[in-house]
Design a protein around this ligand. Structure first.
Ligand code: XUL
Ligand code: CO
Length: 437
């Protein structure tokens, strides 16, 4: 059965199009910096929000109309849903998707049954991937919804829960490999704490690191060559998540010897919750050689929670793609829409509007970022700002030729510093705006 019989493949019609079901900027074959938009952006649709989101909120149950919720809970329904999901992704023209194990298949009465359910749906996913050419950007395990994970998974105080989570990740890695996944994500879920009085933080961090090492070891054992990622988020559901932001994650990975095995999957709304701009997170991770992938969404600056809205702001998307290009572009990662339509947007067609808007905003952002880079004006202004480091004293310090006494000697003879020059922030902003409008 078709879920969207009245909708055809979404195509590029150009900036003047008023067709709500066409792209105005995302022309997948257009070359930007010598690479197609499709290969730059590597758009991915998330299974959890798009095919399992119901619009439920703390004040009411879901109200979304979803053709694939036929007899929720059965494996047959899950298989049919998977076919409809691929109909959506194919019509949208996104090359990738991402899922949690529990999004795609229901849990059974015990782990063995649950694994069997997953295997049945994975067969359908595999068949649909082969039919459409759509690929898996990354897989992951849901280690937070089931009540057994009330105290967390890899940081639970209950060792049995840790073992269950380990078994779940083992299976999720196997199916991600089976489906040719380009990556595997760890988002902390409930890995964090509400109160330090009842929490042994050091012990929980050690356990989490052991858990990640076990996953990396098992991936090697089964020959899974996808990229591992950790996804920073500072709060929600716990007050303090251990993977709170890019810097905290990188410190954690280095402390425990995991820095060569995991990169970062950065999400815009998570950056907002951490009190950072997304550009900060991207630039920090990129500068440390750990920018892996993006969960593309946006928050609402007037609300303090993870609203997971679709990104429509070209300032944001241009900054994202500017950072991605600066650090060499995606290799295994992509632009994964970890975003959900509003509860009020409950009709199936809203899913198309949301993704088309996000894809167009990112395509336009990519073009803007490439134009800024091609002109090189901002770049040379930035270089100029640091010019004192390119010659004489600055160059000597950078190459390690100085110590405190030699710098004192230099300053004593000079007496006072060379005059500072303006940072020209407003000019930088104006030039950036020239490419936006
Ligand atoms: C939660 C979140 C997750 C991860 C995957 O805020 O972003 O959906 O992306 O577990
Ligand atoms: Co996410």
């Amino acid at each position: 059965m078709a879920a969207f019989p009245e909708i055809d493949r979404v195509v590029y019609e150009g900036p003047d199009s008023k067709n709500p079901l066409a792209f105005r900027h995302y022309d997948e074959d257009q070359l930007v910096e010598g690479k197609t938009m499709k290969d730059h952006l590597r758009f991915s649709v998330v299974y959890w929000h798009t095919f399992r989101g119901s619009g439920a909120d703390p004040f009411g149950p879901g109200c979304a109309v979803r053709p694939w919720e036929l007899a929720d809970g059965t494996v047959e329904n899950a298989c049919e849903r998977a076919r409809m999901a691929f109909e959506f992704i194919e019509k949208l023209g996104a090359p990738y998707y991402a899922f949690h194990d529990r999004d795609v298949a229901p849990e059974g009465d015990n782990l063995a049954e649950t694994n069997k359910n997953l295997d049945r749906v994975v067969e359908v996913l595999k068949e649909q991937q082969a039919r459409t050419g759509i690929k898996l950007l990354w897989g992951t395990a849901n280690l937070f919804s089931n009540p057994r994970y009330v105290h967390g998974a890899a940081t639970s105080c209950n060792a049995d829960v840790y073992a269950f989570a380990a078994a779940q990740v083992k299976k999720a890695l196997e199916v991600t490999k089976e489906l040719g996944g380009a990556g595997y994500v760890f988002w902390g879920g409930r890995e964090g704490y509400q109160n330090l009085l009842n929490t042994d933080m050091k012990r929980e961090l050690d356990h989490l690191a052991r858990f990640l090492h076990m996953a990396v070891d098992y991936a090697k054992q089964i020959g899974f060559e996808g990229q591992f990622y950790i996804e920073p988020k500072p709060k929600e559901p716990t007050k303090h998540q251990y993977d709170s932001d890019a810097a905290a994650c990188i410190n954690f990975l280095r402390t425990y010897g995991l820095e060569n095995d995991l990169q970062l999957n950065l999400e815009t709304n998570h950056a907002t919750l951490a009190g950072h701009e997304m550009l900060h997170e991207l630039d920090y991770a990129g500068s440390q050689g750990m920018l892996g992938s993006i969960d593309a969404n946006t928050g609402d600056l007037l609300l303090g929670w993870d609203t997971d809205q679709f990104p429509t702001n070209v300032y944001l998307t241009a900054q994202c793609m500017w950072a991605v290009l600066k650090y060499g572009g995606f290799t295994s990662g992509g632009v994964n829409f970890d975003a959900k339509v509003r509860r009020e947007s409950f009709e199936p067609v809203d899913l198309f509007h949301a993704h088309i808007g996000g894809m167009d905003a990112f395509a336009k952002g990519l073009k803007i970022a490439a134009a800024i880079r091609a002109d090189g004006e901002l770049d040379s202004m930035l270089q100029q700002r640091y010019a004192s480091w390119d010659r004489d004293l600055g160059a000597e310090i950078e190459s390690g030729q100085h110590d405190l006494p030699s710098l004192e000697k230099y300053m004593l003879s000079k007496g006072e510093v060379a005059a500072n020059t303006s940072g020209r922030q407003e000019l930088f902003e104006n030039i950036w705006n020239r490419y936006i409008f």
